[in-house]
Design a binder for this molecule. Structure first.
Ligand code: BG6
Length: 474
């Protein structure tokens, strides 16, 4: 016998979803500088699933008015976009701001506000103007300054329309992709240069916050981080140590400086030991980082991180990598989203929130991404073309139940945003895995609300749902 209870979320909870400019807008006619994604696709289209690049994507730039209506129909009271730096500064990311881009974003944000949808605006989602990458990207102080100018321009032109701001989405992603794991342009393998880029990204975050404060807006500014709670394979001290080091590299590296304003000492001392510290960091930079921390935190949660002590010796001639200190642990019995290769572990969302409550001053936070990408969803279409995605509804409910529990236990969580709204372009995976509440027919651009989209509307209207909490692992 199931004992379902109504899980009610706090008043004014933010129900919504998120996506990014490069993944959804399409190029359009406003003028836009070439981005690193457009450049990489031009150079190596074979690296992208079915050779589909970022030029068309979900064509939001031409369809935003209809899309806002779809947001309403799927229960959104808030939505996160990113503002394209390359569109705002079509002259290679610098020069004069683009009037047509300003008009586009002002129209979009006004349309959202008029329909009761709060605008969450993110300033950087992996989309560096290619010409600035040629100058060193995040390894360059000049690029940091150009980014701060872009941010400041956005505060000026959109400050009256945006509810909350974010300096970066998943700043760790481009560092891993570009410098350690070969999934972002320019595909280098060089930890020390990655450390420099990471440091300047953190500096850019702090400098953007410093600029933001001068505008005296009512909104807040923060950052969105992809965080996975780290679990050792066992309590064996070697596994525990491996987990602690993995956690320093992947969790504390950005969380500590961006939220607390300081770098974890254990991480810096490890980097010093292996001669991997950034070359250019100054006392004045550390002061700016210390004084300009996030006011709100977005948590992207997809999967846990499971690690164990290394079984094999490292190759001393190979490049330095975090994996020198641990190996990934494939936990027997784990459940997987096989399409994406990510473990599904709902309780991780709870563990993550508790970490923020206990170790980061219970800063105001929300789940800024969580979601399930599934391939070939046409298999699940009914005769009217609606995707019957019960798996996604279950996924959302099972995560939300733990989120609800975290809120009961005192976590300062203000909302939940799903990845994503309408199926959008997933970087090198292109349109392989679909994440949306609304399906996209790429050939015709036709949008159709999925079963999960109707579920989401009811969820938002009722500000909760009914669930058997005996199912939760305590
Ligand atoms: C998040 C990113 O990490 O995961 C999104 O912020 C991304 O940009 C999403 O699309 C899903 O990952 P992927 O690689 O399947 O697109």
């Amino acid at each position: 016998m199931t004992k379902e209870t109504q899980l009610v979320f706090p008043k004014d909870f933010w129900w919504g979803s998120a996506w990014s400019a490069e993944q959804a807008e399409g190029r359009g006619e406003t003028g836009k500088a070439e981005t690193v994604w457009e450049r990489w696709f031009k150079e190596q289209p074979n690296r992208f699933y079915k050779r589909i690049g970022p030029d068309t994507t979900t064509d939001h730039i031409h369809r935003y008015q209809d899309d806002v209506q779809l947001m309403k129909q799927t229960g959104h009271n808030s939505f996160r976009v990113s503002i394209s730096w390359a569109r705002m500064f079509p002259d290679d990311g610098i020069g004069e701001p683009n009037k047509k881009a300003i008009a586009f974003y002002r129209d979009l944000f006004t349309e959202m506000n008029n329909n009761g949808i709060k605008v969450f605006a993110n300033l950087y989602h992996f989309d560096m103007p290619a010409a600035l990458q040629d100058q060193g990207g995040w390894e360059s102080r000049a690029v940091v300054d150009a980014y701060v100018r872009f941010a400041d321009t956005c505060f000026t032109y959109f400050g009256d329309l945006v509810y909350h701001w974010f300096t970066f989405n998943e700043p760790l992603g481009p560092i891993l992709g570009s410098y350690l794991e070969d999934f972002h342009y320019p595909n280098l393998i060089d930890f020390k240069r990655g450390a420099q880029a990471a440091f300047f990204t953190i500096l850019a975050h702090a400098k953007a916050i410093e600029a933001f404060k001068k505008h005296q807006l009512e909104s807040k500014i923060g950052v969105i981080l992809n965080l996975s709670p780290t679990f050792p394979r066992s309590q064996n001290p070697a596994d525990v140590k491996a987990a602690e080091i993995a956690d320093l590299f992947y969790t504390r590296s950005f969380l500590d400086p961006m939220v607390k304003g300081t770098f974890p000492e254990k991480l810096t001392s490890l980097l010093k030991t292996y001669d991997q510290m950034p070359v250019d960091y100054q006392t004045a930079d550390l002061t700016i980082i210390k004084e300009n921390t996030a006011q709100i935190l977005g948590l992207n949660y997809y999967e846990p991180r499971r690690v164990k002590a290394r079984l094999t010796a490292i190759n001393p001639d190979g490049p330095f990598l975090p994996d020198w200190f641990f190996e990934h642990h494939v936990m027997p019995g784990r459940r997987m989203n096989e399409y994406r290769g990510w473990e599904i572990y709902e309780k991780g969302i709870y563990d993550l929130c508790i970490d923020i409550r206990d170790n980061y001053g219970n800063i105001e936070a929300f789940i800024s991404e969580n979601g399930m990408g599934v391939a070939d969803e046409e298999r699940f279409m009914d005769k009217q073309g609606k995707v019957i995605d019960d798996y996604r509804i279950t996924f959302i409910q099972d995560h939300l139940a733990y989120l609800w529990q975290a809120i009961q236990d005192g976590c300062n969580i203000k909302g939940y945003h799903l990845w994503t709204f309408i199926d959008c372009w997933s970087w090198i995976n292109s349109y392989k895995n679909r994440y949306g509440l609304v399906s996209l027919d790429l050939a015709t651009q036709k949008r159709t609300i999925k079963k999960s989209g109707y579920f989401y509307k009811t969820l938002s209207e009722q500000n909760g749902f009914s669930y058997d909490t005996d199912l939760l692992i305590r």
